[in-house]
Design a protein around this ligand. Structure first.
Ligand code: ADP
Ligand code: MG
Length: 729
C-alpha cells in the first residue's frame, strides 16, 4: 500500500531522537543572553545614556533623538558582535501572531563603501508598507502607510541573525493597528487609578504594575502524519476523523511521563526561551493524548505578552527540527479536550505588594478586599465585553464543551473568601454612628483579620477563578493573543477603581472616617456585583438555569458575542480612558468578524475538497472490492447459498452507495450555500449566513464520513486516523 498515510506511518517509525546541544552553563548563567537588557545596556551605553533610557522605560518619558542615536549605536555594536546581519521592528498586528520585515544593517556611503548602519531614526520609527495586514477599514490601501514605533519597555532581542525591536503599530492618522498600543494604554490607566486607590492605605505607593503569568497548552502531531492531513495543514484542526477507541478516558496522560522525543524537543525550545529571557517554568502532559503545557513565571503584563507570542514562535519553529507540528488551535480534535491559554493576572505595587494577596493585618486585608471586590465588579459590569474579547472560531468549540467554562462569565472565589464577602455584606453601616458603633465598625474591620486562602480550593469550571493571589482567566484560547482580554480587563478594573475612589473620597469629604468610608463602599460594591459570583459546577445544567434566573448573559454565538464591541456603554468606557477610540473599536470588531467568517469559509472549502478527492474515491475503491467479491462468490455458490452468504456485503454495497450519494449531495449543497452567502451585502449578513446555512453541514458531512472510516478497509484509508495522530510520537 503506498497511500500517503502509510508512507507517513513508515516515516514516523524511522524517526530518530534529534540531538540537542545543551549549554554547559546552568540556566541563570545564560538566561537573557540574546536580549539587550540592563547588564548589556550598562556595557554598551554611556552612563548618562543608560540612565536616561532606564528613566524612559520606568516612567514612559520620551527619549531625545540624540539619546536614541546613542542607544541605537550601542544596540548595533552588541548585535553585530552576536553575529546579527539584519534588524526588524517586531509588532503585533490584529492577526493574533507577530509581524516583521527584515532590513540588512548594510548601507552604502557616498564614496561607495559598504558599512553597517543603524541609527536612532531606524530604532525609533519605521514605515513598513504592511498594507496587507488587517486594519478593519482604518486604512485604505491608497494611504497604506502604517508606522511602527519603538517600545523601550520591552527589550530588543536577537533571533537567528536578526535584531528584533518590539514596537507598536499605528496608522498614518494615529490609530492603533495592533494589540500592543491599547494594551500599553490600558496598563497606564490601571496604574493611574489603582495607585490612587492604594494611597488610601499607603502614601508610598506611586506605581502599580499588572502582572501576568500564562499557561500555554498545545498539541503535537508528527510532521509526516500532519502533512497527510490537508485539514490540519489548512485549518489547524481535524474536520473529519472517527474517535480513537482509546483516548483520554483512562486519564493516564495528564501529568504522565513525558515521551522522550517530546521532552527533548521541549528542552530545546526552553533553552532558546531562556536565551531570550522568557522565564518558562513548568512543562507537563495535559489531559488529552499528545497534548502538553508550558507555563512561564509571571512578569509585567506587556513583557509577558511579548514573551507569550515569542514563545509560541519558538515552540512552532523548533518543532520543525524535531519533525513535530504544533497545533495551537483550541479544539484540534473532536471529542477530547481542547487547549487554553490560562491567563493569570494580578497587580503589584512599587512597594512590592501583590494587591490580590490576602495580608496579615486588618489594614492590608482591607486593601486586598478593595482590589478583590473592585475586580469582581469590573467583571460583573463588563461581562459581555470580556466574552467578546476571547470568542473565536476555535474557542467556540471549547467553551461550554464540558472541559472549559461555558459562555457565561462568572467569578469563583472559594468558600472562605465568599464567607468573608458575605460577612461584610451582612454587617450594617449607618451614617450617624456614635462612638460605640464606631468601635463596632473597627471590630468589623478586625473581623477580617487573617485570611488564609486555601490554595487547593480550586474550581476548574469557572471562567474567572480567584486562585489564592491572582485571578485566573481560564476562557482565553490557546491560539489567541491574550492582550485582547487583558486590554478589556485592565480598562474595566481601572474604570471601576476610578468610581470606587470617587465614592470613598465623597464620603470622606462628608466627614466620614476613611476606613469606614472604604468599608461602606466595599459593601455597596459587593452587593452590586453579587450575581456574577458562582461557587458551583460551571459545567452543569443547573448553572445554565440559575444564570438565566440571575440575568447573566450566555452567548455562545460568536457573531452575537462580538456585537458587544458595538455597545455604546463599552465604546464610552474605552473612549473615556483613551484606550481605544470609536474608530479603533469598530476596526477590531470588523477584524474579528472577518476572521471568523474567513475561518468558516476556509473550513467549508477544505471539507468539500477532502470529501471529493479523498473520501469518495477511497470509499468507491472499497465498494468495488466488495462488488468484485460478490461477483466471485456468484461463480462458486448456488443461488440460495450465494444469497445467504452475501447478504451483509450486499447491504454494505447499498449503504455505501447511499452514503456516498448523501455526502456528495450535502457537499454540493454546502457549496451553493457558501456561494449564496458570499453574494450577500454586508459582512454581518455574510457571516450570519455562514453560521446558519453553511456551518451545520460540517457536522452532517462529518457524521457520514466518520461512519465510513470505521467500515472501509484500513489499508485504503488515506487520512491518518485519530488513533495515529494522537498516539504516535
Ligand atoms: P495551575 O496550573 O495550578 O494554575 P501553574 O503553576 O501552572 O498553576 O500556573 C500558575 C501561573 O500563575 C504561573 O504562570 C504563575 O507564574 C502565575 N502567577 C502566580 N502568581 C501570580 C501573580 N501574582 N500575578 C500573575 N500571575 C501569577
Ligand atoms: Mg492554571
Amino acid at each position: 500500500m503506498s497511500t500517503q498515510r502509510f508512507n507517513a506511518l513508515k516515516e514516523l517509525l524511522s524517526r530518530d531522537i534529534i540531538k540537542v546541544e545543551y549549554p554547559e552553563k546552568c540556566t541563570s548563567e545564560y538566561f537573557g543572553s540574546n536580549i539587550f537588557e540592563k547588564k548589556k545596556m550598562r556595557k554598551y551605553l554611556s552612563k548618562d545614556v543608560y540612565k536616561q533610557l532606564i528613566a524612559s522605560i520606568e516612567t514612559g518619558s520620551n527619549l531625545s533623538r540624540k539619546i536614541a542615536d546613542q542607544v541605537a549605536t550601542g544596540m548595533k555594536t552588541w548585535a553585530l558582535e552576536k553575529g546579527a546581519t539584519h534588524y526588524t521592528h517586531w509588532f503585533h498586528p490584529l492577526t493574533d501572531s507577530t509581524a516583521e520585515k527584515h532590513d540588512a544593517f548594510i548601507d552604502i556611503s557616498l564614496d561607495g563603501e559598504v558599512f553597517e548602519n543603524f541609527d536612532g531614526s531606524l530604532l525609533i520609527q519605521q514605515e513598513p508598507d504592511a498594507s496587507s495586514l488587517p486594519t478593519g477599514g482604518i486604512r485604505n490601501t491608497f494611504e497604506a502607510r502604517g508606522y511602527t514605533a519603538w517600545d523601550p519597555s520591552s527589550p530588543a532581542f536577537i533571533v537567528g541573525k536578526t535584531l528584533c525591536i518590539p514596537t507598536i503599530f499605528i496608522s498614518y492618522t494615529g490609530e492603533a493597528l495592533d494589540y500592543k498600543t491599547p494594551l500599553l494604554r490600558s496598563l497606564f490607566v490601571l496604574d493611574k487609578h489603582s495607585t490612587k486607590a492604594c494611597k488610601f492605605f499607603d502614601e508610598n505607593v506611586n506605581k502599580v504594575t499588572a502582572t501576568v503569568g500564562l499557561e500555554q497548552e498545545y498539541f503535537l502531531v508528527d510532521e509526516a502524519l500532519y502533512n497527510a492531513r490537508p485539514d490540519l495543514i489548512l485549518t489547524d484542526r481535524t474536520l473529519l476523523g472517527h474517535a480513537s477507541a482509546k483516548d483520554q478516558q483512562m486519564q493516564d496522560h495528564y501529568f504522565g511521563a513525558i515521551p522522550q522525543r517530546v521532552e527533548i524537543y521541549m528542552q530545546e525550545f526552553e533553552i532558546e526561551a531562556y536565551k531570550l529571557g522568557i522565564p518558562v517554568k513548568t512543562r507537563h502532559n495535559e489531559v488529552a493524548p499528545n497534548q502538553f503545557e508550558c507555563s512561564s513565571i509571571f512578569e509585567e503584563a506587556n513583557l509577558a505578552i511579548d514573551h507569550s507570542l515569542l514563545l509560541m514562535e519558538l515552540i512552532r519553529r523548533i518543532a520543525r527540527k524535531h519533525k513535530f507540528k504544533t497545533l495551537f488551535h483550541e479544539k484540534p480534535f473532536k471529542g477530547i479536550n481542547g487547549s487554553a491559554k490560562h491567563t493569570n493576572w494580578s497587580m503589584t505595587t512599587n512597594t512590592n505588594v501583590n494587591l490580590l494577596k490576602p495580608g496579615k493585618t486588618p489594614k492590608s486585608n482591607l486593601q486586598f478586599i478593595t482590589f478583590l471586590v473592585n475586580t469582581i465588579k469590573a467583571v460583573h459590569d463588563n461581562a459581555d465585553l470580556i466574552r467578546a474579547s476571547i470568542v473565536s472560531a476555535g474557542n467556540e468549540y471549547r467553551l461550554g464543551a464540558n472541559e472549559a467554562p461555558p459562555s457565561i462569565v462568572s467569578v469563583f472565589l472559594g468558600t472562605k473568601l465568599s464567607n468573608v464577602l458575605d460577612g461584610i455584606e451582612n454587617s450594617v453601616f449607618t451614617e450617624e454612628m456614635n462612638s460605640n458603633e464606631k468601635t463596632e465598625i473597627k471590630l468589623d474591620i478586625d473581623k477580617i483579620p487573617e485570611i488564609f486562602v486555601d490554595n487547593t480550593d480550586r474550581n476548574r469550571t469557572s471562567p474567572v477563578a480567584f486562585t489564592g493571589n491572582r485571578f485566573e482567566f481560564r476562557a482565553v484560547g490557546s491560539s489567541e493573543n491574550p492582550a485582547s482580554a487583558l486590554i478589556v480587563l485592565n480598562t474595566a478594573v481601572a474604570n471601576q477603581l476610578e468610581m470606587f475612589n470617587k465614592q470613598v473620597n465623597d464620603l470622606i469629604d462628608n466627614g466620614i472616617e476613611k476606613e469606614k468610608a472604604i468599608l461602606q463602599v466595599i459593601r455597596e460594591v459587593i452587593i452590586a456585583s453579587k450575581k456574577v459570583r458562582f461557587e458551583g459546577n460551571g459545567y452543569g445544567q443547573e448553572w445554565l438555569d440559575e444564570a438565566k434566573k440571575r440575568g447573566l448573559t450566555n452567548i455562545s454565538d460568536v457573531l452575537q458575542a462580538l456585537e458587544a464591541y458595538n455597545f455604546p456603554k463599552f465604546i464610552e468606557l474605552f473612549e473615556k480612558h483613551k484606550v481605544l477610540t470609536k474608530i479603533e473599536i469598530k476596526a477590531r470588531h470588523e477584524v474579528r468578524v472577518e476572521k471568523y467568517k474567513k475561518q468558516l469559509q476556509i473550513e467549508s472549502r477544505v471539507l468539500g475538497d477532502i470529501v471529493l478527492n479523498h473520501i469518495v474515491p477511497t470509499v468507491i475503491k472499497y465498494q468495488n472490492l466488495l462488488i468484485e467479491n460478490v461477483k466471485g462468490m456468484k461463480t462458486i455458490f448456488d443461488e440460495e447459498e450465494f444469497k445467504e452468504l452475501t447478504v451483509s456485503r450486499i447491504k454494505s454495497i447499498r449503504e455505501i452507495s447511499i452514503s456516498i450519494t448523501e455526502i456528495e449531495k450535502k457537499s454540493e449543497e454546502m457549496r451553493i450555500k457558501r456561494k449564496n452567502a458570499n453574494a450577500l451585502e454586508t459582512l454581518n449578513q455574510i457571516t450570519r449566513a455562514y453560521i446558519e446555512n453553511v456551518k451545520p453541514y460540517f457536522e452532517d458531512i462529518r457524521y457520514l464520513v466518520d461512519k465510513l472510516e470505521r467500515e472501509v478497509d484500513n489499508e485504503l484509508w488515506t487520512l491518518p486516523k485519530y488513533r495515529e495522530l494522537l498516539y504516535r510520537h
